[in-house]
Design a binder for this molecule. Structure first.
Ligand SMILES: [Zn+2]
Length: 350
C-alpha cells in the first residue's frame, strides 16, 4: 500500500531528513519549560526521560535496538527512523533529573510491577503518560511557530495553536491530578479494566493515555470532535511491559472518567484471550508510543491490515486526509480487531 510521508522522486532525501531533524531539535530545545512541573524548581538541564521504562525496552531489544511505531505507519525510511537504540527510544525532555530518578521508582522496578498494582503505581504510570503528552504538545506548538517563521506554512497558524494550547492545559491538569494522588497517598481512585501477568515475553513494550472513541459494541465514549473547552477528554491508560520470561498487561482509568464504566464491564465479561485481542487492537488503533522486537518487524512492515489501521483516523483512511485518491473514504471498511495479528498471544513471544 502507499507509504505516508514518501519523498517525491528526484528530491534529495538527505536534505529533507536534515531539515526535519533540524526543525525538530530546535522545537525540542525551545519547548523545555523554565521550571520543572514536578517539583517547581528552576531548570537548567533536563533529564532524558523514558516514556516506556528501560527495563521493558531492554527485554525485547536485539543488540540494543528496538523497532519504532513508524514502521507500522509505512514511512519513508530514508527520512524517518523506524528503529533506534533503547537510549533514544521514546524519550522526552521535560522534567528534572531528580524527579525522573525518584518519582517513578515504584513502577519502574521489575519486582514491584509484577504484583497486582497499587494506587501509587497506577498514578505514577498515569503521570508518565500525561507528561509525554504534555511534552509532545509543547514541541508541536514550537513546530508550528518554526514552520510559520521559516516557510509561512499556515494560513491561520493561530487555529492550530489554539487546539494545541487547549490540549496543553488539559494535559498539565492531568499531570497535576495524578501527581497529587501519589503525593497524598490517596486510595480507591482507580478502576482496573484489565491486569494480567503473562508467563512469556511479548514483543511489544508500550504505555500511553488514550481517548477511546468507541467501546467494544461501537457505542461512543469520547467525542473527539467536540471542541468545547469545557468538555474534558477522558483517558484510558494502557501499559504493556515485557520482562524477562513474563509480561505485564494493564488497562485502567480514574473513577472520575465515568465514560469507561461500560468498557470495564465489557472487559469483565470476556475471557483473557479476547481481552488481549482487544488491547492489542487499542495499541495499534490509538497509540504511537510503542516499541517492538525485531522478531515482528517483517509482519509489521508487510501486514496490510496493520498498516491500514495505523493510518486510520476514527475509522477513516489516510489519517483522515480524504480526497479523490481514497474516494473521500466512501466505502472504506475500517480494520477490525480480528483482521490484525494479536502480538500478545503466546505464539508471538520472544
Ligand atoms: Zn523536578
Amino acid at each position: 500500500m502507499a507509504k505516508l510521508f514518501e519523498a517525491p522522486l528526484g528530491v534529495n532525501t538527505v536534505d529533507i531528513r536534515k531539515k526535519i531533524n533540524g526543525m525538530l531539535s530546535e522545537a525540542r530545545k525551545e519547548a523545555k519549560p523554565a521550571i520543572c512541573i514536578m517539583c517547581g524548581k528552576p531548570q537548567t538541564s533536563f533529564c532524558n526521560s523514558h516514556s516506556v521504562p528501560q527495563m521493558a525496552l531492554r527485554s525485547i531489544a536485539e543488540n540494543g535496538i528496538v523497532i519504532h511505531a513508524s514502521a507500522a505507519l509505512g514511512v519513508d525510511e530514508r527520512i524517518i527512523d523506524i528503529e533506534n537504540g533503547v537510549n533514544k527510544s521514546g524519550t522526552f525532555n521535560y522534567i528534572c533529573n531528580d524527579c525522573d530518578n525518584t518519582f517513578f521508582q515504584d513502577y519502574e522496578n521489575p519486582d514491584n510491577i509484577v504484583q497486582p498494582p497499587t494506587d501509587k503505581i497506577l498514578a505514577e504510570i498515569a503521570v508518565k503518560n500525561m507528561l509525554l503528552q504534555l511534552s509532545k504538545r509543547a514541541v508541536e506548538r514550537k513546530l508550528i511557530e518554526i514552520q510559520q517563521r521559516d516557510y509561512n506554512a499556515f494560513d491561520n497558524p493561530e487555529v492550530g495553536m489554539n487546539v494545541k494550547n487547549l490540549d496543553f492545559a488539559e494535559f498539565e491538569n492531568e499531570v497535576i491530578f495524578h501527581k497529587n494522588i501519589v503525593e497524598n497517598n490517596e486510595f480507591g481512585g482507580y478502576q482496573i479494566v484489565f491486569w494480567k501477568l503473562l508467563p512469556y515475553t511479548v514483543p511489544i513494550a508500550m504505555q500511553s493515555a488514550i481517548a477511546v472513541t468507541r467501546d467494544i459494541e461501537g457505542v461512543e465514549i469520547n467525542n473527539i470532535y467536540d471542541m468545547n473547552p469545557n468538555i474534558r477528554m477522558q483517558y484510558l491508560h494502557l501499559a504493556i511491559f515485557p520482562l524477562n520470561g513474563k509480561s505485564v498487561v494493564l488497562a485502567f482509568y480514574h473513577k472520575r472518567d465515568k465514560l469507561y464504566r461500560r468498557l470495564r464491564h465489557q472487559f469483565n465479561c470476556m475471557g483473557e484471550k479476547e481481552a488481549l485481542v482487544n488491547i492489542n487492537y487499542l495499541v495499534f488503533k490509538y497509540t504511537e508510543n510503542y516499541y517492538m522486537a525485531r522478531k515482528i518487524e517483517e509482519e509489521i512492515t508487510t501486514n496490510d491490515a496493520l498498516q491500514r489501521l495505523s493510518q486510520e483516523n476514527d475509522g477513516m483512511p489516510s489519517l483522515g486526509m480524504l480526497g479523490i485518491d481514497n474516494s473521500f473514504g466512501i466505502g472504506y471498511t475500517p480494520v477490525s480487531k480480528n483482521d490484525i495479528p494479536n502480538f500478545l498471544a503466546p505464539e508471538w513471544a520472544v
